[in-house]
Each structure stands twice: as structure tokens, then as C-alpha cells.
Ligand binder design. Structure first.
Ligand SMILES: NC(=O)c1ccc[n+]([C@@H]2O[C@H](COP(=O)([O-])OP(=O)(O)OC[C@H]3O[C@@H](n4cnc5c(N)ncnc54)[C@H](O)[C@@H]3O)[C@@H](O)[C@H]2O)c1
Length: 310
């Protein structure tokens, strides 16, 4: 089986590609930054090409060149993109349309794409309860609106053409090399791991970290399935305040210099109570405890800095 991964050299994509190749799957990668990751260890199993998802021809060419059985779309503008609305809309919304339409015209029925926990908006819209995929979406940022519209696009292609397109809503993905998107919960771990101080506005901000390897595995399992029971799945994660995350880091690094300007922030936090039972149940996923993932990240960073593991 061959999978075409759009945006496959990014933070989640490079891990999803490796996980597919480790299973002996053929993978074709299309990205505007084709050299951002190397898959040389997999030889001919993984091929990488330049292509821009905003250009329909590029996407069709990538599909015709690789003849995939599956397409995974991770190409997106991470971060708000609020200062470039035209560019951001082309990448996030037209790019998704190009992916779905190229899949359709080339006869690829199964597509998996990234939505986001951001579709839900603030936790305060729901009160103090878990939110599942059937709950109303309250996200209003440009990024959230684009993800909400992506879910609508997928629903249209599924209902009009009978395609099998499934979305995954990652929570706050974390890992040693994350530089785009939500990063305070990442820096709370990576800065002290390399001996640098970390300072944040409020200790009560709630986050929902989930390790990038666990998210990559979720994308792989959902993509390899012929279909899914639901149109969209929450990855969920572990709800934790930045203050408590700092305490978790101090368990491994007692001298970590992490400070906060103020308490509070919980009431301003995005959706952090998320029901992920659909994804974990249907695709038999289990995440290691957050503390062990935090330790993994600390040790990844320390290894890169020539420091001994903790
Ligand atoms: N990282 C997170 O915390 C998180 C959380 C929720 C949802 N998601 C979603 O997961 C997906 C992947 O996120 P990520 O963290 O790997 O982001 P990333 O920025 O690391 O990866 C995106 C990839 O898309 C590529 N790309 C950008 N513009 C392109 C274009 N015009 N044509 C082709 N490729 C292009 C980039 O070069 C990059 O390799 C995105 O849809 C993102 O919104 C991520």
C-alpha cells in the first residue's frame, strides 16, 4: 500500500512517514520544504518531492506520480496567520479543497486530514465537563474557523461523492523540536532541559499536551484503516496547568528556573477537557503517562546539548 503525505516533512508528518515506512509501507511525501526532514534510511520506500498544495496541478501531479491508496494531509499554516488572511485562506482552505478534489479525480477514496482541538474554542463555553466530537464548535479565531470549514469540506466530499475522508483533531501536540503552533507548554519543558530560564505570563493557563509520537501513530492507524466509524476524532491529551507542568519538570530537573508573572488563567484557557474515547477505542491506542513523555522530551533535548540523561 502507498500513502501520499502532504506536508510530510513537518513536525507530525516526518514521524507519521517514518512510522508508515517502519511498517513496510510505501510513502510519497509532497512538501514546499522537501529537505526539512530526511528519510534516507528507508531507501526507495520513501520518496520526497517538492509541491505546493495551493497549486491544484502540483497536487494532481503528486497523486499521479505516486498512485497512492491513501492520502494524509498535514500541510497547513501553523500559528494564527491573522496578519496574512489571503495567503492563509489559500493554504488552509483552498489547499484542503485541492487535496480532496485531486483525490477524487484520481480515484483515491480514503483521505485523512488534520483538524484541531481549536474548533471547540474556550473551555468556558462548555463549563467544567469533557467535550466530545458531537458538541457544538465555538472556536472563532481564523485558524479555528478554517479548521471548522475543513470539517465541512470533508463532509461535502463524503456525502456528494461517497468518499471516506476522516479528520483528526490533535490537542496541544508536544515534542522536543516543536517550533510552530502552541509552544508555551513545550518551552516549559525544553528550555529548562537545556539549562535556560523559562518565564510565562500565568501559571493557571490550562493546556492539553499530547506527545507528537502518539499523534503520529494516531494518524497512521486512521489512515491505514479502510474507513472509520466517525467523520472526526479527538486525540485528547492530559489536561494540566502550566504551573503543574513546571512542577512535573522540576521532578526531573530540581534546579529548573521556571517562573510566572501571575497566578490565574484557567478561565481564559482553550478547550482542555476533551473526550478521546472514540479514537482510543476504535483504533486501540494508549498514550504513555505525560510524566514519562516529559522525561523523554527532557532527555531528547539534553542529548542534543551533550548533557547526560535524567
Ligand atoms: N502541532 C500541533 O500542536 C497541532 C495541533 C492541532 C492540529 N495540528 C494540525 O496538524 C497538521 C500538521 O501540523 P504540524 O505541527 O506538523 O505542522 P508543521 O508546520 O510542522 O507541518 C506542516 C507542513 O506543511 C508544509 N507546508 C506548508 N505550506 C505548504 C504548501 N503550500 N504546500 C505543501 N506543504 C506545505 C510545511 O512545510 C510543513 O512541513 C496541521 O494541519 C496542523 O494544523 C497541529
Amino acid at each position: 500500500m502507498t500513502t501520499l503525505v502532504l506536508g510530510g516533512t513537518g513536525f507530525i508528518g516526518r514521524r507519521a512517514v517514518r512510522r508508515l515506512a517502519e511498517r513496510g509501507q510505501r510513502v510519497a511525501v509532497m512538501d514546499v520544504n522537501p529537505r526539512a526532514a530526511s528519510f534516507d534510511e528507508f531507501g526507495d520506500l520513501v520518496s520526497v518531492m517538492y509541491g505546493d498544495i495551493t497549486n491544484f496541478e502540483d497536487v494532481v501531479k503528486a497523486v499521479l506520480a505516486s498512485r497512492p491508496d491513501r492520502i494524509m494531509n498535514l500541510a497547513y499554516l501553523l500559528g494564527s496567520g491573522d496578519d496574512t488572511p489571503h495567503f492563509t485562506m489559500k493554504l488552509n482552505v483552498l489547499g484542503m479543497d485541492n487535496c480532496f478534489e485531486a483525490a477524487r479525480v484520481c480515484g483515491v477514496n480514503r483521505v485523512v486530514y488534520a483538524s484541531s482541538v481549536a474548533v471547540s474554542g474556550q473551555q468556558s463555553a462548555f463549563g467544567d465537563r469533557l467535550v466530545n466530537e458531537d458538541d457544538p464548535m465555538h472556536g472563532t479565531s481564523q485558524y479555528a474557523m478554517h479548521k471548522r470549514f475543513n470539517e465541512f469540506q470533508a463532509q461535502q466530499f463524503n456525502s456528494v461523492y461517497g468518499m471516506s475522508i476522516t479528520g483528526i483533531r490533535p490537542a496541544n501536540v508536544t515534542g522536543p523540536d516543536k517550533v510552530r503552533g502552541s509552544t508555551d507548554h513545550v518551552q516549559c519543558v525544553t528550555l529548562p532541559a537545556s539549562g535556560e530560564p523559562a518565564r510565562f505570563p500565568k501559571s493557571g493557563f490550562m493546556r492539553l499536551p499530547v506527545h507528537v509520537e502518539d499523534v503520529a501513530e494516531a494518524f497512521v492507524r486512521v489512515t491505514l484503516a479502510d474507513s472509520s466509524h466517525h467523520p472526526v476524532y479527538n486525540t485528547g491529551g492530559t489536561p494540566i496547568s502550566l504551573g503543574d507542568l513546571a512542577d512535573m519538570v522540576r521532578r526531573y530537573l530540581p534546579d529548573a528556573n521556571i517562573s510566572f508573572d501571575a497566578d490565574g488563567g484557567r478561565e481564559e484557557s482553550g478547550n482542555y477537557l476533551v473526550d478521546n474515547s472514540r479514537l482510543l477505542g476504535e483504533f486501540e491506542l494508549e498514550y504513555p503517562p505525560l510524566a514519562s513523555r516529559v522525561r523523554d522530551i527532557i532527555n531528547d533535548v539534553r542529548r542534543d546539548n551533550g548533557l547526560p540523561p535524567v
